[in-house]
Write a protein that binds this ligand. Structure first.
Ligand SMILES: Cc1cc2nc3c(=O)[nH]c(=O)nc-3n(C[C@H](O)[C@H](O)[C@H](O)COP(=O)(O)OP(=O)(O)OC[C@H]3O[C@@H](n4cnc5c(N)ncnc54)[C@H](O)[C@@H]3O)c2cc1C
Ligand code: FES
Length: 500
């Protein structure tokens, strides 16, 4: 499943790391965060190396919806009530600034990435949501920002109006990332693809960043892997989970709407348009759920049904999915990983609003590395231990972890290999043990040890995507056992079964 962004570009390829190397800053991950960090640092004359396990934008940044906005859902009432006016104002200012920085980079580096100015809306589908939206308008206006309530929106979904932030923007994220990568290389930065980092450890000079074959020696390291691939001593896995969303790009004979939209519903419905092969296409995203939650529902089918209601003539061009990290207090973690590991940094927990936040993160981390002041660093304190606001999610996370690490492992399933249908997967009992089995069309069986290589939770099979997903922190593995999504780094153990 490839996104419209990934399908609409000629993929640039970079070589694999082929020798031990040295640099000032080693960045792990070439999504929008890693590349934005690389760009800001290379511009300052810092020697950077970026190590990417697959290709540029192969995970979330290549599968985003690409709205460049400081309107992160209905967020400002929450920030005002929870952290106070100064905090909420600076969060808004920081993200507005990041939006403008992105536009400036696009202009300075002449990046052709289908940038378009658009208004961004959060809309209501019922009276209760409308009340919340009116409170949000009031909160944002109190912060001195020009938000408005619009009573009726011209979108193909019944609505009761929404809050608008004017003059936001949208782009093709992959074209933007390729532009950043070109600029980094022009500024003497080095990018290596197909170079998976398996360990990062301190040495006297700084850090050793180890790939499967070689080592990069660096004074500073940035883990821009979305979910940090290092668990200790940062302990971010106790404070964050991942959520998956699905998206469809479609053509229709009907006139498409203007602007970018997201509902205040759970799950949320997100809309925007783009251009593909000189035609305007619509993009519908939604169906979000906690990654690894075992569900019967086929989320892509559910989204297709939603699309049919909106545009009965819609022709689907592309379908895709992606995950993002959500911290329990809903704020990103940007800064040092742990006091015990100085000069090792993270930027994560973007809550599906990482386009502006990745630019913000790049500027914060650059300033930390260069020992410069930054106005916003305290908003995203990566080592914070403040009381968790999101109690429901925390209880759910602890329950899920306890269940997947301990209880489930003690119980053998009733299912046997023979019970698994073609193109289906599940955990079965095999010779007194538990194994994860997927049966391809034609009957070929792939068997794995269904235990996550991150911290040992039991995996569940995702029937929509045909992957093994972890309910604890959202690692994902393909049905052959290969690690495809962080925080896991290592593949699953696989079995060659003798089946009669
Ligand atoms: C469906 C969806 C829609 C979204 N829409 C929007 C939107 O409209 N606007 C918005 O602001 N935000 C949006 N977001 C959020 C935003 O896209 C993300 O927050 C952002 O892309 C995250 O970027 P990243 O670089 O941190 O992570 P990623 O893009 O996931 O990059 C991490 C990179 O690290 C690499 N990596 C991982 N492990 C290793 C390793 N061991 N060694 C080397 N490399 C490694 C991966 O291959 C990957 O390329 C959306 C998110 C989702 C899921
Ligand atoms: S992702 Fe943490 S245990 Fe699986």
């Amino acid at each position: 499943m490839e996104s419209i962004w990934r399908k609409s570009v000629q993929k640039q390829k970079y070589e694999k790391l082929e020798k031990d190397s040295y640099c000032d800053v080693c960045i792990v991950g070439a999504g929008i965060t890693g590349l934005s960090c690389g760009y800001e640092l290379a511009k300052e004359g810092i020697q950077v190396i970026i190590l990417e396990k697959d290709r540029i934008g192969s995970e979330t940044s290549g599968n985003t919806t690409g709205k460049i906005t400081s309107q992160h859902g209905l967020f400002y009432r929450y920030l005002l009530d929870t952290y106070g006016e100064d905090f909420a104002r600076r969060y808004l200012e920081a993200n507005q600034g990041a939006k403008e920085n992105i536009k400036q980079i696009i202009q300075e580096e002449k990046i052709e990435c289908d940038l378009e100015n658009q208004d961004n809306y959060v809309f209501a589908t019922n009276q209760i949501e409308q009340e919340k939206i009116k409170l949000e308008v009031e909160a944002v206006q109190n912060l001195g920002f020009d938000a408005e309530f619009v009573p009726e929106l011209a979108i193909p979904i019944e609505n009761m109006g929404g809050i608008v932030f004017r003059n936001q923007a949208q782009f093709n994220s992959v074209k933007y990332m390729q532009g950043l990568a070109n600029a980094i290389v022009q500024k003497e930065g080095r990018i290596y693809e197909k170079s998976k980092v398996v360990n990062t450890q301190k040495d006297e000079e700084g850090y050793l960043v180890e790939t499967e074959d070689y080592v990069v020696h660096a004074k500073f390291v940035i883990l821009a892997t979305r979910y940090p691939i290092k668990s200790f001593p940062g302990f971010h896995f106790l404070k964050m989970y991942q959520s998956t969303s699905y998206a469809i790009a479609f053509e229709t004979q009907k006139t498409l709407f203007n602007g970018m939209y997201i509902s205040d519903t759970t799950p949320a419905i997100s809309l925007r348009t783009s251009v593909y092969e000189n035609r305007r296409v619509g993009i519908l995203a939604g169906e979000d759920h906690k990654t690894g939650k075992q569900e019967e529902e086929d989320h892509i089918k559910a989204l297709e049904e939603q699309l049919k209601k909106m545009y009965p003539d819609a022709k689907i061009k592309f379908e895709w999915e992606a995950e993002d990290c959500i911290s329990l207090d809903k704020l990103p973690y940007i800064g040092e990983f742990s006091t015990l590991m100085p000069h090792l940094y993270i930027a994560t927990g973007f809550k599906k609003w990482g386009i502006t936040t990745s630019n913000l993160a790049a500027n914060i981390l650059k300033d930390l590395i260069l020992e410069r002041e930054n106005l916003y660093v305290d908003l995203f304190d990566s080592k914070r231990l403040k009381p968790i606001q999101n109690h429901t999610e925390m209880v759910d996370m602890l329950k899920e972890a306890g269940n997947s690490i301990l209880l489930k492992k003690l119980v053998l399933p009733k299912e046997k290999i023979q019970d698994v249908e073609e193109e289906e997967g599940c955990v079965v009992e095999y010779q007194g043990d538990k194994i994860g089995v997927y049966k391809e069309k034609g009957g070929k069986i792939f068997a794995v040890k269904p235990i996550c290589t991150h911290l040992g939770c039991e995996l569940v099979f995702n029937s929509t995507l045909k992957t093994w997903d972890c309910p604890c922190h959202g690692s994902r593995f393909d049905y052959k056992g290969r690690s495809i999504s962080t925080p896991s780094v290592h593949n699953l153990d696989v079995y060659n079964l003798e089946i009669d």
